[in-house]
Design a binder for this molecule. Structure first.
Ligand code: PGD
Length: 784
């Protein structure tokens, strides 16, 4: 038996032992609540869906670059590394890549989309996004970037606008220890799903949510989970579940605020000193400005929560240490800014933000594992990406718009922009055919560029829309430094096994391409990967030394157990603001929390949080055509689409097909039983899933997690049907609003029917490895 090694993944750090060719993965003893996702690793390493060698799309190989509708259906030809790298370098050169002396001032990067959104793997150095950005900066002088994230665009943009900070605020949010000790009432819009709390970029060594929630409940804290899915929070004692219609939380919050105001429970002293714009909002709340009082009765009609429950919630929140949280899920939706802004305003009306330990407002506390933990006292290693000289960018979720309508004007953060004309798409470490909405539209968009290059560890729907595909190693096949923001350990990610086939590290692939483009010195600066890691470890090492710790040098660190890091212990932005609002103003025009924002109003939205009727919701006209609201949330059995072929993920499916849950009574009315194959469809597409009736789902709602690999076939009904059950075949590529242009993948309206007759089989992952030669056939049905 080999010795124990340490490693990290986005779903947690772990130890591993190679025993007789089999890798045994076990969680770290520091982790009281390790993620079941660790179970996906061992079986995934040499899964036949992995890519052993570079491959080039047959049509590109025979006809050269150019827009091509065959992307997505063409087969691939495997090539030796040298040949594939020469082809890619030749194409990059044709598009203007090369040393700065040859590029002159023309900025060829403005035709290259390098946003390359995606989580890739844990590791501070081999993170594919950082690598591809540095590469494009080195060889093109820059690239068209993507702004914000699919996780949080609407929420981040609104918080940056109305309280001066978006995601950094999450890293300072009320921590789990304080919640367990001080919070009396925790109102969680979107719940506190433990599956999300085990995930953080870079990986966690300690998942504290479960034990903190238990300790808080034991002390007598009441938790109210507001979600159409009852199991968005575990447990029963001390937990109240409010199940509104999806997309209506703002109406519910307005009902609470109305009652607080009516009962004179708004903390006017706090409002006066720490906020801006209460009067405009108050006039809207009471109906003075639009004739509609936002009373609990008004809210009930929209959100389907009894007015009395809304009143009770308001009354309880006014007399306790109350923490209001709102998860990412609520803002990944039409008008996604509004629930985040309104939750902040509600907490401000209660007067506890920055004042009361365990009370106030926390964005995304239930969404990721690194929120709700104290800040670190030392910097983490960080790989420099170089300078991007291209000024063009897009809001990250507008990729299909950019490719389909170059030159078109769009709004973002109150300004006008134009979509750039992109010829090359370069993606490493992301899976847009998992993460983007309306995949049929995205497929059309991907037919437009002249060339698409992708690196991935496996053949995914994205590699199947690329022209040149380079096989990347998984993190387990290389060494790196693991660190999750706010996690108190730095993890030596030790190599666990040899690379699969001929797969190479992204860094090595970029070195080879840079060399062919005479830019190796700019990209690598003459360093090997080990030298880079040592270099980026240095700031953490020196900070520890300065604090009189005795840190190991890089070599010793890489062969030891995870290194504990000191915590910061300082005050948060909101605490400092509360203590001295003029000395520590927020970064907003008023320096205060903006209940009214001129900037938001000038962008074309109401200047205060408001109920804006969405298009795809259960109360809208569309519900007459498509009766069900699909909630496509984060999976319990994998991270996004990653390792969908792993053991834990495969066990969660029904005969290889993704499972969707619907309300038991709805299922009975539709004659649907457990395990039946059902078809979900709307005008954008269709999917097949296995049905699971459940009492935990609100009526007229159907829940299907993201991540099944997109496998579309043509069943002759005029739309593509994903037989594996990827919800993004159905979601709308519609921005959250003109302010943030965020992704709205969480919710859309669908029809549901039981399938009878001959049912097409799901398509296994390995069948996506579409080679002209080398492999016998594509599997049970051929992918379109
Ligand atoms: P992943 O599956 O994590 O999804 O979208 P994202 O694209 O991040 O993709 C990462 C890819 O990187 C995988 O294909 C993996 O194999 C590859 N990879 C892993 N390691 C390496 C490596 O070392 N090198 C290279 N080159 N590749 C590697 C996630 C996105 O989806 C996110 S963050 C959110 S929050 C959104 N959520 C939703 C949602 O809730 N609902 C819907 N309908 N849609 C969503 N999409 C978004």
């Amino acid at each position: 038996m080999e010795k124990k090694r340490y490693h990290s993944s986005h779903w947690g750090a772990f130890a591993a032992i190679q025993d007789g060719g089999r890798l045994t993965v076990s969680p770290l003893p520091t982790n009281p609540d390790p993620s079941p996702l660790l179970g996906n690793i061992a079986q995934a390493l040499d899964h036949p869906a992995r890519l052993p060698r570079p491959r080039v799309r047959q049509g590109w190989l025979s006809d050269g670059p150019g827009p091509d509708k065959r992307r997505g259906t063409d087969p691939y030809v495997e090539l030796p590394w040298d040949e594939a790298l020469d082809l890619a370098a030749g194409e990059l050169k044709r598009l203007g890549a090369g040393p700065m002396s040859q590029r002159g001032t023309t900025n060829p990067g403005k035709i290259v989309f390098g946003g390359s959104y995606g989580w890739a793997s844990a590791g501070r150095f081999h993170h594919a996004q950082g690598q591809v950005h540095r590469f494009l900066n080195s060889v093109f002088g820059g690239y068209v970037a993507g702004r914000d994230s699919y996780s949080s665009a609407a929420g981040s943009v609104i918080l940056e606008t109305v309280c001066g900070s978006g995601l950094p605020l999450c890293l300072e949010s009320t921590n789990w220890t304080s919640i367990s000790k001080n919070t009396d009432l925790l109102i969680a819009f979107g719940g506190l799903p433990l599956r999300n709390l085990a995930v953080s970029p870079g990986g966690a060594t300690e998942n504290l949510a479960r034990q903190s929630i238990d300790a808080a409940l034991e002390r007598g804290c009441e938790i109210v989970s507001v979600s159409p899915l009852a199991d968005d929070i575990d447990g029963s004692h001390g937990i109240t579940r409010i199940m509104p219609r999806p997309l209506t939380d703002v109406a519910l919050m307005l009902g609470v605020a109305y009652h607080l105001n009516e009962c004179e429970q708004v903390s006017l002293e706090y409002i006066r000193k720490y906020t801006f714009g209460w009067e405009q909002f108050r006039r809207y709340l009471t109906g003075e400005s639009d004739g509609i009082p936002k009373s609990p009765e008004w809210a009930e009609k929209i959100c389907d929560v009894p007015a009395n429950s809304i009143r009770t919630l308001a009354e309880r929140s006014a007399h306790k240490t109350t923490l209001i949280t709102v998860s990412f899920a609520l803002q990944r939706a039409e008008n996604g800014e509004q629930p985040v802004w309104m939750a902040l305003v509600l907490a401000a009306l209660l007067g506890q933000i920055g004042r009361v330990d365990g009370g106030g407002f926390a964005y995304a506390l239930g969404s990721m594992g690194n929120y709700g933990k104290p800040k670190l006292g030392v910097p983490l290693p960080s790989f420099p990406q170089g300078e991007n000289k291209v000024r063009d960018y897009i809001p990250v979720a507008r990729i299909a718009d950019m490719l389909l309508t170059p030159g078109k004007m769009y709004h973002y953060r109150g300004e006008e922009h134009t979509y750039p004309k992109v010829k090359l798409v370069y993606w490493a470490g992301g899976n847009p055919f998992h993460h983007h909405q309306d995949l049929t539209r995205l497929r059309h968009a991907f037919s437009k560029p002249e060339t698409v290059i992708v690196h991935d560890i496996a053949a995914t729907a994205t590699t199947n829309h690329a022209d040149i595909v380079f096989p990347a190693t998984m993190s387990f096949e290389r060494f790196d430094i693991g660190a999750g923001g706010n996690d108190p350990y730095l993890v030596p990610m030790q190599q666990l096994c040899r690379p699969y086939g001929e797969a190479k590290n992204d860094f090595d692939i970029f070195c080879e391409l840079s060399d062919r483009l005479s830019c190796l010195n700019v990209f690598s600066e003459g360093r090997t990967d080990a030298e880079w890691m040592s270099q980026i470890y240095a700031p953490t090492f020196h900070a520890l030394q300065k604090m009189n710790y005795n840190p190991p040098d890089f070599g010793a660190f890489m062969t030891s157990a995870p290194l504990q890091l000191p915590l910061d212990g300082g005050k948060t932005t909101f605490e400092m603001f509360y203590e001295d609002p003029s000395g520590h103003p927020l970064k907003t025009p008023s320096g205060k929390i903006e209940i009214f924002s001129l900037k938001v109003q000038n962008s074309g939205l109401p200047g205060h949080p408001a109920w804006i009727e969405p298009i795809e919701w259960l109360g809208g006209g569309i519900s007459k055509t498509h009766r069900f609201q699909l909630v496509s949330n984060q999976p319990r059995s994998r991270l996004h689409s990653q390792l969908d072929f792993g053991e834990t993920s495969m066990k969660s499916k029904c005969d290889g097909r993704e499972t969707a849950r619907l309300n038991s009574e709805d299922a009975e009315l539709l004659g649907i039983s457990d395990g039946d194959t059902i078809r979900l469809w709307n005008k954008r597409g269709a999917i097949l899933v296995s049905a699971k009736p459940s009492p935990h789902i609100k009526s007229s709602v159907i829940q299907l997690s993201t991540g099944a690999w997109f496998a579309p076939i043509d069943l002759g009904d005029g739309k593509l049907t994903c037989v594996n059950g990827n919800p993004n075949a159905l979601t709308a590529d519609r921005p959250s609003s003109i302010l943030s242009q965020g992704c709205t993948g969480q919710l859309c309206m669908v029809s549901v029917e039981k399938l009878s007759g001959k049912i097409p089989a799901p398509i296994p992952h390995e069948a996506l490895v579409r080679l002209v030669k080398n492999r016998s056939g594509p599997g049970p049905a051929s992918v379109q």
